[in-house]
Design a protein around this ligand. Structure first.
Ligand code: CDT
Length: 326
């Protein structure tokens, strides 16, 4: 048995005026709790260091740049890296990245894997950016501050690093972020690289709406959580991998975010599930050898995957991925 003890460190709401130092203290508290339970790898949510600012359509770059990290670790986040090295625990963290390395400002919705020595070993930039660039494509109710607002396309560039898989902490580790989990290609891209643990932090509204034309109606309240788990459980099963889903949840700046953080086995079963809408650590012993049941059997890609037929289907339907629209 190749065991990796994994924790999902769910976060309750982060207020707009909560400082980075305060948030880092919350993350440290959960990291220490996880370390006491012998955890190897603790996973935090998407954009864990701030409130979920993409719910707002902010005009001023000076204002929204305050939510971004220019460096990681920076002065305020350094304690996380130092404590991870001291406790010999790895972590996965979501943050808003401001990259100025090319001479121009580029902004990404990013996650990193940090190993037990406190070193960044992998970086991922979100590919499936949901929502809108500005108010022009938003429906009527959303204009007046609807709960499901999302303006990620305003702030972030498309992730440009693909879906790599890293060998760290004795496992094949992969990352995705929130909306990525709804797309089977996300998990398959990593499944094809023999991923054994996929980490997915999210900020997802607890309210689901459906829009037909200009008319927007609310969906039954259970459906959002059903889709949350359905997507990750299917990704786990069809790619024979552990999946860790980590929520930022509760009532944040008047908006309700869903919880439901979970750890899912390669059989697609939830083996640990958060039961609050607050900071909460859940733990599971992930036997990486369990991935072999699917990888060497039902989902032995080399033996059973019908890639030639998928090419024919693409040709017949003419459907390829269009460039990202506004
Ligand atoms: N953060 C994030 O990706 N949220 C999306 C909801 C977007 S609603 C327009 C999600 O898939 O949960």
């Amino acid at each position: 048995m190749r065991k990796l003890r994994v924790a999902a460190a769910q976060m309750g709401p982060v207020a707009k005026d909560e400082s980075r130092a305060e948030v880092v203290q919350r993350l440290l508290k959960m990291m220490r709790g996880a370390a006491e339970m012998g955890v190897d790898l603790v996973c935090y949510p998407e954009l864990a260091l701030t409130t979920f600012f993409p719910r707002w359509c902010i005009d001023s770059k000076d204002e929204f740049d305050l939510y971004f990290e220019r460096e990681l670790p920076g002065p305020e986040t350094r304690p996380l890296f130092d404590e991870a090295a001291r406790l010999k625990i790895g972590f996965y963290l979501g943050y808003a990245e401001l990259d100025v390395s090319s001479g121009e400002k580029k902004r990404f919705n990013t996650t990193v894997i940090v190993d037990k020595a406190g070193r960044i070993v992998g970086k991922y930039r979100k590919v499936h950016l949901p929502g809108h660039k500005d108010l022009s494509t938003v429906g009527g109710t959303a204009k007046s501050g609807h709960v499901v607002n999302n303006f990620e396309r305003r702030y972030f560039e498309l992730g440009d690093l693909g879906f790599p898989v890293w060998r760290a902490m004795g496992a094949n580790l992969g990352m995705c972020i929130c909306n990525d989990r709804r797309w089977p290609e996300t998990f398959r891209a990593m499944g094809l690289r023999d991923v054994e643990v996929v980490m997915c932090g999210y900020n997802t509204s607890a309210v689901s709406a459906r829009r037909i034309g200009n008319r927007e109606t609310l969906l039954p309240s259970h459906i959002g959580m059903f889709h949350n788990h359905l997507s990750m459980q299917a990704g786990a099963y069809q790619n024979s991998t552990w999946v860790v889903g980590i929520a930022k949840c509760g009532r944040e700046e008047g908006h309700d975010l869903m919880g439901g953080s979970c750890i899912i086995s390669p059989q697609g079963e939830i083996v640990a599930l958060a039961h609050t809408l607050e900071d909460e650590v859940i733990v599971a012993d992930c036997d990486l050898d369990e991935c072999e049941i699917g990888k060497g059997g039902m989902f032995n890609f080399d033996r059973y995957r019908r890639i030639e037929h998928y090419r024919i289907i693409t040709e017949q339907t003419g459907r390829t991925s269009p460039p990202a629209a506004g």
